[in-house]
Design a protein around this ligand. Sequence first.
Ligand code: NAD
Length: 266
Amino acid sequence: MRVVIVGASGRMGLAITRASLEFPEVMIVGAIDRADSKLLGQDIGLAAGIAAIGTRVSSDLAAALADADVMIDFSSAAITRQNLELCQAAGVAALIGTTGLDADFESLAAGAALHIPVLIAANTSLGVTLLAELVRLAAAALPPDFDIEIVEAHHRHKQDAPSGTALALGRAAARGRELLSDVGGVRSGGGARVSNEIGYAVLRGGDVVGDHTVAFLGAGERVSLSHQATDRAIFARGALRAARFLCGKPAGRYKMGEVIGLKTIS
Ligand code: NAD
């Protein structure tokens, strides 16, 4: 499986390179980052702290895709649109883990999925994929007077807020409760809670890899469903599993739930 990593010099790009040791079928044939990346020209294996793999960090995604089966994108929302268009032109499957995507990205993804396999996952961990399904089930089972609030914490460098994972958990809850949308946002200012909204609370600091709790707050009782990530390797392994799942699939949209074999997919 010939993989191109976009955002190769970043925290996730390097974690995916390290995790590739656990996937003997994976060949990293492209390691793409910004033209001003400090790692440009360096062997990505050495940069990630493993043995040299013979692939150097470059900024030419189109050239790398000419010789690839799947792109794994953990870079920046500013570039993801262009990356997906290049995948479509090259006929290469696309796994997009980058978060903070524009609202209109969905229509671009739907168009690309007519030509190539596409999977967009704000969280590629096994645990969060399962959590989203548990949240959907809890939201469907509990009566509407249980208010739904989502709390998340991440490291101080994270760009987007609330996290893509928090928003995906909100969508899972909204689907479970059959809300038309996951209306709500980060709380600020006063005023009483609006019924049927989903509220988000955000913490940023330190080196937190990613904590998420979905709370169902009823009269006299509370149910909380939580996930704590302590090691980026979980996202990296999940990304490589998802890439392996996409290889050879027909064009279309796929979900992380399918990658881990969940019977019902949220
Ligand atoms: P990071 O800042 O450490 O790495 C991002 C990399 O992308 C950097 O090396 C940067 O130079 C590169 N980049 C930025 N703009 C680029 C461009 N125009 N062309 C090429 N490369 C470019 O960030 P990170 O912690 O590795 O996270 C990357 C993304 O992945 C973020 O959106 C983050 O929220 C997301 N993420 C997703 C998951 C998941 O499970 N899906 C898990 C962790 C992080």
